[in-house]
Structure formats: C-alpha cells, structure tokens
Write a protein that binds this ligand. Structure first.
Ligand SMILES: [Zn+2]
Length: 208
C-alpha cells in the first residue's frame, strides 16, 4: 500500500521504546507527505550522531567521540570542579540527567546500564561491578572515592541492585549511601521533580 521506503521507516520507528505500530506509521506518513525538509534533517542528524557520539569510558554517560583514538570523556567527567571523591551510581543515563537537573549533586557518576532483575534474566554477572570497583579504588591514577551514593530507583529491582552494590563496595572501606525516600516507591527518578530529587539527595542515608 505504501512505497517500500516508507514501510521500511515504519518498521524502524516501531523499534523505538514506547512507539507502537500506529505511532510509527503516523511519524512516517507525516515526514513523507508533509515534512520532507525535517525528514532530511532528521536523517542527517542521526548519521552525525552515530559518527560523533560514544559512551564515556569513565562513567557510561554519552560523550563526544575522542580525537585520534583517545577514550571518550563526557562533559561531567571533563569538568575539574566536580568532586571525584563522591560517586553517584545510577541505572540509566536518564536518571543521571534527572539528578543533574536538581543541581543538588556536584560529584561524578557511574551508569550501570541495567538493574539486577531475576524476572528479566539479568544476573549479577551482567552488571559492570568490576569496572565500578576499579573506579572506587581509584585505579588508573584516579582519585579514590570516599562516598558512593546509590541512586537506583526505589523499585524491587532498584533496591536489590542497591544492596548488591553496597555488599560489593563496603569491603573497600567506602561509605555507601542511598537516596532518602522522597522519590515515590516504585517511582522513576525521571518523573520526579528536581526539588524532590534534591531533598532525596540531601537526606541520603547510610546503607549498612
Ligand atoms: Zn563521564
């Protein structure tokens, strides 16, 4: 019914999170019939993003790709005013961004990328715990970390991950803290307002 290239675009849009078949079709039809300039700009922006963006080798945030094979470092990791001795562990980059919006945290980050989830088959071995431990120890000439604030969401998986991180890091002699319950239980950092997140950081408690 539709040209092959439009059908292909529908299939690609449908792969995006929270985009179903109908929304994918609406996007594709809109771009193809009404917004050819936007479609071209979108295509170019996507290619440019893939060519220039990489994962920060230090924290897992997104970063500009390093020059001449240098490791990518994100804007936060390049900022010397950030406290490298205070490390916030988050599940996803969206959570890092929510915490940044609160302006209540001046340390650095470590993005796990996923949460421990027996139901979804994510086990201990799939979390980057070895890299986290290296970072906390201060391997590779880094300043060692004195406090790790675990800011995984207050869901079952988030709590299980927080306990695992605490268990792994405590033997290193580092203080491990958890966001105070200000973020609603089962809630998402992404959907909490900056003031609530700021209070949860200020009221963080020791994770014994
Ligand atoms: Zn970084």
């Amino acid at each position: 019914m539709l040209p092959r290239k439009v059908e292909e675009l529908v299939r690609l849009f449908a792969r995006l999170p929270s985009v179903g078949e109908k929304t994918a079709q609406r996007f594709a039809l809109y771009l193809a019939s009404r917004e050819p300039d936007t479609a071209r700009a979108l295509g170019e922006a996507l290619v440019a993003m893939v060519d220039t963006v990489a994962t920060c080798a230090r924290c897992g945030n997104l970063a500009e790709r390093g020059e001449d094979g240098d490791e990518a470092r994100c804007a936060i990791c390049r900022d010397s005013r950030r406290d490298a001795g205070l490390l916030c562990v988050v599940a996803r980059i969206q959570d890092l961004m929510s915490i940044e919006r609160s302006r209540a945290f001046a340390g650095s980050y470590f993005v796990l990328g996923k949460l421990l989830s027996p139901l979804e088959g994510v086990g201990v071995d799939e979390l980057p715990l070895a890299a986290l431990e290296r970072r906390v120890r201060g391997a590779g000439g880094e300043q060692s970390v004195r406090e790790v604030l675990v800011a995984t969401p207050p869901s079952v998986d988030g709590e299980a991950t927080a306990l695992l991180v605490a268990r792994e890091l405590k033997p290193l002699g580092v203080t491990v803290t958890r966001l105070a319950t200000g973020v609603p239980h089962g809630g998402d950092l992404e959907f909490s307002d900056p003031v609530t997140i700021g209070r949860a950081i200020a009221g963080r408690r020791d994770l014994g």
